[in-house]
Design a protein. Sequence first.
Length: 131
Amino acid sequence: MSAIILFDGVCNFCNNSINFVIKHDKKNYFKFAPLQSERGGELLDKYKISRAETDSVVVVENEKAYTHSTAALRIAKGLGGIWSLAYIFIVVPKFIRDAAYNLIARNRYKWFGKKDACMLPTPEIRGKFLN
């Protein structure tokens, strides 16, 4: 069993976050694809997720898609160990969690920068990325 993380492939913050997940994903639970990729687009379409409303992270797990703060918390839970403790914030009402999430998402390029193209995975981690 695994989960898929779709992420903004040109966002520096998102790429650093994906590198963090790769480093701490000891169970190899997660697979990855940029939102801008063909596979990312197919999954967005399959789960009827609007590209206009969701442009930073989506988690597909057990045939269900999660967005915004819920996606981030699902990632923390999936990492296990101490990181899974962050999942306790799921009890915070979604509109409050998403307000904090959206503040970061709206400003991520301004605060962390943007690449001209999606990251290319190194040969060591290429198997974690969907084609």
